[in-house]
Ligand binder design. Structure first.
Ligand code: SF4
Length: 67
């Protein structure tokens, strides 16, 4: 398991995070709450310091590049 990246802020320890590795190797954080609630951005601006939807958890590890 990878250590949580402090530059992610609150999202880094949220169960709704999903890390995605882009084609150029950059890591993006996707908020899975955005899939069912439009109040949450798909790609939150990081570091996020406050979020009403935050729930502590492991989230999902990086996925392969998006197509
Ligand atoms: S619910 Fe909030 S804290 Fe959690 S991943 Fe989404 S934007 Fe980040």
């Amino acid at each position: 398991m990878r250590p949580r990246d402090p530059s992610f802020g609150l999202c880094g320890s949220c169960r709704y995070r999903r890390e995605v590795i882009g084609r150029l190797g950059a890591t993006y954080l996707l908020c899975r709450r955005s899939e069912s609630d439009s109040n949450y951005p798909k790609y939150p601006r990081l570091p996020l310091l406050r979020c009403a939807g935050y729930e502590e958890g492991e989230g999902e590890e990086p996925e392969s590049p998006e197509t």
